[in-house]
Design a protein around this ligand. Structure first.
Ligand code: ADP
Length: 485
């Protein structure tokens, strides 16, 4: 596979600055491993302050011409990039499975999902409408112009190596911004392949730059620069807070997609089959490694046994293995630290009285594979319920009343996604409105789409990605007053 990807030109081992494939100035590299096998895939440059500053300069220089193109001109180029991403769906999917570990079918899904943001914003860029405001005086006319913010710094995580990038790059480029992207050092290869395809699509040098290496140094350089007008980040809440604080001295715009602690609430009046299917999808997508994964599955007493039984049977059927294996739906965890965290959480729950219905230990496949697990009788004191699990472990928490479960569901600093399963329409509205979350899935466990706004409230983030709202993040409004008419 590696050879094939190399010959297609999509396996790149250099960073991309100002339209040039570039090594770190001191020649340092970071190794990229396949998490399923531990095999070395390639090495990429380990860059720092100097390279970041050069990438920022390239983006700054490119901004002038890129922002001056008409929306239709940018749209045509982005559409071509989308077509190329889709034309290379298989290769890109293989690359994602190699570096991230997810099953090939999911990687293929990620390519389509990731590319959809480029397609969507290629279209949406043409609709960056301003406003005309009725003037308070007869000799005046008031206008609102929408203009691109300028150079954007984007920092992205490893769980969706392609989609987390296109979600930011799509809207930024569509409205005329230029961008410096720093993907996760665990998974830089999909980003580099996308950059290669951007060249073939005709995206001009400097408009899209991809660098990686020393994350804190790159982050600091992006924050320190007065040319970078916006920081967009997806990742942990801790790093998000640092970036927000670091944006203060230069007063940058900030968009953050941070951690979640999604409640998935199954009421007595739910359709059990729908709830089981939805909870399985919401919990086990990407082996539990998404920020919208159902972290706390609250189940009402009357349906608890029945749900737990059907859900556990569903989990038993999930095939785990190397992402390229036939029929595999769950992959490894990204690294040892992730495995250790999941292990510690489960041990903590057991020591506090939780009951293992399935799994509860490392998988015999070794490495970073963890058994698909169901842990029952979880309480709010356990780490499983307090923190993001980010692994294939489902935590079941019994509850009695609607009022109680709303209070418990909201008892967290996170506020990204929530799921509700009920056949009662009044209840579905009541609960949806009471949940302090940015996204609610009602009788549905998979809610992501480029046409809807994704984002959280409370400490889960700022701003939205996707939909028409996602482009607002990358635009400033300018009020123009035309007087003395
Ligand atoms: P995760 O748990 O998803 O890996 P992180 O927040 O650690 O979350 O990582 C998300 C992204 O943030 C990655 O690209 C990572 O390299 C980057 N990152 C980590 N620490 C810093 C930092 N101090 N400054 C800037 N970026 C950082």
């Amino acid at each position: 596979i590696v050879c094939k990807l190399q010959s297609s030109g999509l396996l790149r081992s250099q960073a991309f600055i100002g339209g040039k494939w570039t090594d770190a100035y001191d020649g340092k590299t970071v190794k990229v491993f396949n998490p399923a096998t531990g095999d070395l895939i390639t090495e990429v440059p380990c860059m720092g302050t100097k390279e970041t500053n050069d990438a920022i300069s390239s983006a700054y220089d490119a901004f002038r011409a890129w922002s001056k193109l008409t929306a239709a001109e940018r749209s045509r180029i982005l559409r071509k990039w989308y077509d190329l991403l889709m034309a290379h769906k298989e290769d890109l999917a293989q690359l994602i499975t190699l570096e991230q570990g997810k099953p090939l079918k999911d990687s293929t899904g990620e390519v389509a999902y990731g590319a959809s943001y480029i397609e969507y914003y290629a279209e949406e860029g043409k609709r960056a409408y301003g406003d005309i405001i009725p003037a308070p005086l007869p000799d005046r006319r008031l206008f609102i112009l929408k203009q691109p913010v300028g150079v954007v710094g984007a920092i992205t995580p490893w769980n969706f190596p392609l989609a987390m990038i296109t979600r930011k790059v799509g809207p930024a480029l569509a409205c005329g911004c230029t961008i410096v992207v720093k993907p996760s050092e665990f998974t830089p290869l999909a980003a580099l392949a996308a950059a290669e395809l951007s060249v073939r699509a005709g995206i001009p040098p400097g408009v899209l730059n991809v660098i990686m290496g020393d994350a804190p140094a790159i982050g600091e350089a992006l924050l320190a620069s007065t040319q970078v007008r916006q920081i967009t980040f997806t990742g942990s809440t801790a790093v998000g807070k640092k970036l927000m604080a670091g944006s203060a001295p230069t007063v940058k715009k900030v968009s953050l997609e941070l951690g979640g602690n999604a409640p998935c609430i199954v009421f007595d009046d739910a359709d059990v089959d729908v709830a089981v299917k939805g909870a399985l999808a919401a919990k086990f997508r990407n082996t539990g490694q998404t920020c919208v994964c159902a972290n706390r599955i609250f189940v009402q007493e009357g349906i608890y046994e029945k749900f737990a039984d059907a859900f556990t049977k569903g989990v038993q059927k999930l095939k785990i293995g190397e992402g390229f294996g036939e029929g595999v739906v769950l992959g490894p965890l990204i690294n040892d630290a992730a495995l250790h965290k999941v292990e510690t959480f489960v041990e903590d729950a057991i020591s506090k009285g939780a009951k293992v219905l399935l799994g509860g230990k490392r998988h015999s496949l070794g490495r970073t594979f963890y058994e698909p697990s169901v842990i029952a009788n979880v309480t709010g004191e356990m780490s499983l319920a307090r923190e993001e699990i980010f692994g294939p472990v489902a935590a079941l928490l019994p509850f009695k009343t609607e009022e109680e479960v709303i209070q418990r569901a909201n008892d967290t600093n996170a506020g990204l996604a929530a799921y509700v399963f009920t056949e009662n329409m009044q209840r579905s509205w009541r609960v949806t409105e009471a949940l302090e979350y940015g996204i609610v899935g009602v009788n549905e466990g998979l809610v992501n789409t480029e046409v809807a706004p994704f984002g959280g409230v409370k400490q889960s983030g700022l701003g939205r990605e996707g939909s028409k709202y996602g482009m607002e993040e990358y635009m400033e409004m300018k009020y123009v007053c035309l007087g003395n008419l």
